[in-house]
Design a binder for this molecule. Structure first.
Ligand SMILES: Nc1ncnc2c1ncn2[C@@H]1O[C@H](COP(=O)(O)OP(=O)(O)OP(=O)(O)O)[C@@H](O)[C@H]1O
Ligand SMILES: [Mg+2]
Length: 247
């Protein structure tokens, strides 16, 4: 069964960035087979990885609506099979799935259920699943990702961020799925010492700090893939230390 590493945390704290950098680490160090799951409806992980994702789960849901002769149950099977056949992007050293956003108004229940089933179906094909989530608690409260081995709750260097991380951690404890271990990662600062009391109050163990890295800003500005960041960039080095602790 794949080891599930999932992300949570306030918006813009660095979840997608760290997900991409962990994938970079796993691929560069040949740690095993990797499935990257972009479970954020406003998908950006594929851009951080620098690959094209032409077919998302939401595209397939739309296509299925046009398809004749499908009832509710065959439609679900059709979408799940099609998603695995057509939407799994194979890249060098890892594969990627993108959920994407529903085209019409309405809730995300259906794509979320399909995503959950596809993750279960592919469980034995990979050593690692790296699951990038949207800000907030949607996928956690819906249980899209069952049995998270490692939950990385990401906060910027702010009291608000750490408190939000604490609330997410509390929520995971009240739900019916298993979280193996949950850690806090603080980003964009060098020294987390002033936040230590808040971190303790949140009940989360600090796994590491990803310092502010101007190279990330530059790569973002030019839309360059984070996989191309040099090994001595501060964010890459800090991610390596984090990976060595949890893998
Ligand atoms: N350590 C860092 N140093 C400098 N910039 C960073 C760092 N981490 C993230 N950023 C920048 O912060 C912005 C938000 O990062 P990212 O998209 O990874 O956050 P997110 O938590 O995934 O956001 P969202 O909640 O919108 O999905 C990006 O422009 C990214 O380049
Ligand atoms: Mg993100």
């Amino acid at each position: 069964m794949a080891k599930h590493i999932a992300f949570a945390g306030k918006g813009g704290t660095g979840k997608t960035t760290i997900a991409a950098l962990i994938i970079k680490y796993l691929v560069a160090n040949k740690k095993g087979t990797v499935l990257a799951v972009d479970a954020d409806p406003n998908a950006t992980l594929y851009e951080a990885l620098g690959i094209e994702a032409t077919h998302t789960l939401s595209d397939i849901v739309e296509e299925a609506k046009e398809k004749k002769g499908l009832d509710d149950s065959t439609k679900k099977d059709y979408i799940e099979n099609k998603f695995i056949e057509d939407a799994l992007v194979k890249s060098t050293g890892y594969d990627l799935f993108v959920m994407g956003a529903p085209r019409q108004s309405g809730c995300y229940c259906f794509p979320t259920t399909v995503l959950k089933n596809c993750i279960i179906n592919l469980e034995n094909n990979y050593d690692y699943m790296i699951i990038d989530n949207e800000a907030g608690m949607e996928h956690i409260s819906r249980g899209t990702i069952q049995d998270v081995d490692t939950l990385l709750v990401v906060s910027d260097g702010s009291i608000k961020g750490v408190r939000a991380a604490g609330r997410i951690f509390e929520l995971t404890k009240s739900l019916s799925f298993d979280v193996g271990e949950a850690y806090l990662i603080v980003t964009k600062i060098d020294d987390p010492a002033p936040l230590q009391d808040e971190i303790d109050a949140a009940g989360l163990k600090l796994l590491g700090v990803i310092p502010y890295d101007t190279l990330l800003t530059e790569y973002d500005l030019h839309g360059k893939p984070l996989l191309d960041l040099p090994d001595d960039s501060p964010a890459v080095k800090a991610t390596r230390e984090i990976c060595e602790k949890i893998l």
